[in-house]
Design a protein around this ligand. Structure first.
Ligand code: CA
Length: 416
């Protein structure tokens, strides 16, 4: 098993097998692209400046001299694999190049705790799906009919909508409680006031690489070639605004005010050891969605709440990415079947991920069952939805006996 000269604890999210991508602000205020190992970030700008990336796909391109990953993402899997292998070789235990060059090491490796991470991608478009069957069933049961919780289209296509990219923010950004039109219980006209039903949504998103030409759909069996990597997503939602506005065109202002993502993009190559079969589909989808090897990834997901009275974050949800009914490849094939073009750096959310039992639901809406079951916290506080000052922290990792590939976390605090 590959090991690095940099010591990495067994519990770390970032062994030499992970090497996620991000960006940070340097001491002089510039934005540098970076990767991570153990407790450190790896400054990719510095490595590119000394022409370290000399393979056939990256040589002379200066992809890490940019302040966003979009150009690198546009180059596709051969370039991604080359960068990964180049970095792994540099960090490998027996390689003296960085290990024994004290001066270079000081410029390249910085403690993660000492740097501010920033948005690593210019996100052009954000699309959000609705691909967790349990979540769709829960919402359908709550708002419509428990006997017919899924709408007739749900098992035939990955339901989704076009979201808002400008308000996608990096972990740590404080989010403001939105105001909007709300129809009070029993009233026949709306009022304008602050949302009282602010919620989180536990999601995993993927960011795209090369993409397609307008008019040329992406084949479902080739769709993964366009997927650069995954991030954790908290798709903040205002349920009371949503309830009044959503018919007939779907969510609008209820979801356009903030979407938080984790700072590290974990590549599909890093997640490869955790590939697993996707849930069986019945009925069989139409041929353009009929993926040959339907696989997904085994990724554990956790959500914690930290209120002002809680001394430590308290776990309120634990579930797994692998339960999603529609795969990323099916989502992307469906998205482009009309000829819609996707671009490097677009973000695609999975939709809220819920497991089959209580404690595995990925939103307050479901955890509190529309506010009917209050969540009791160890501080004595209760919650149906989020209050000002509440912070939501999401974590994700894949793990087996030898290896842990983690996402770090996405956190965001609700303020007024
Ligand atoms: Ca969502």
């Amino acid at each position: 098993m590959l090991t690095s000269f940099i010591e990495v604890s067994k519990e770390s999210d970032f062994p030499i097998q992970n090497l996620p991508y991000g960006a940070y602000r340097t001491e002089s205020g510039d934005i540098h692209l970076c990767s991570a190992i153990g407790e450190y970030i790896i400054d990719l700008f510095v490595l590119d400046e000394v022409e370290f990336f000399g393979g056939p796909n990256l040589k002379g391109k200066g992809v890490f001299l940019d302040s966003s990953l979009n150009y690198f993402m546009s180059l596709g899997r051969p370039a991604w694999k080359e960068a990964r292998e180049t970095l792994q070789k540099l960090l490998e235990k027996s390689n003296p190049r960085l290990k024994d060059d004290e001066q270079l090491r000081q410029k390249v490796l910085k403690e993660q705790d000492s740097v501010e991470m920033v948005m690593p991608v210019q996100i052009g478009d954000f699309t959000d799906f609705y691909s967790s069957e349990q979540h769709a069933r829960n919402v359908g049961a709550m708002f419509r009919d428990p006997e017919n919780a899924l709408l007739p289209n749900w098992k035939h296509l990955p339901v989704g909508y076009h979201g808002r990219a400008s308000s996608v923010v990096i972990s740590g950004t404080k989010v403001h409680r939105p105001k909007g039109q709300i129809l009070p219980e029993g009233a026949d006209a709306p009022v304008f006031e602050e949302s009282k039903l602010v919620d989180f949504e536990l999601e995993v998103g993927f960011l795209t690489g090369p993409g397609n030409e307008l008019g040329q759909p992406i084949d479902v069996d080739k769709a993964e070639e366009h997927i650069f990597g995954l991030v954790l997503v908290n798709d903040w939602s205002a349920r009371d605004i949503q309830k009044w506005e959503y018919q007939p065109l779907g969510p609008f202002l209820a979801k356009n005010w903030a979407t938080s993502i984790s700072p590290w993009i974990v590549t599909l190559d890093a997640l490869e050891p955790f590939r697993t079969e996707a849930p069986a589909q019945n009925p069989k989808p139409l041929s353009y969605l009929d993926q040959k090897n339907r696989t997904t990834f085994d990724i554990e997901l956790e959500v914690f709440i930290k209120t002002e009275k809680l001394s430590t974050p308290y776990e309120i949800c634990r579930t797994n990415y692998k339960h999603l009914y529609w795969t990323m490849a099916q989502q992307l094939a469906h998205h482009t079947i009309t000829g819609c073009n996707i671009k490097p750096g677009d973000l695609y959310g999975s939709g809220t991920i819920s497991g089959s039992e209580e404690g595995s639901y990925g939103s307050m809406l479901e955890l509190s069952w529309k506010g009917t079951k209050k969540l009791k916290l160890p501080s004595g506080e209760v919650r149906s939805f989020l209050e000002d000052g509440d912070e939501i922290i999401m974590k994700a990792f894949s793990k087996n006996d030898e290896l842990r590939i983690g996402f770090g976390e996405v956190r965001g605090k609700m303020i007024y």
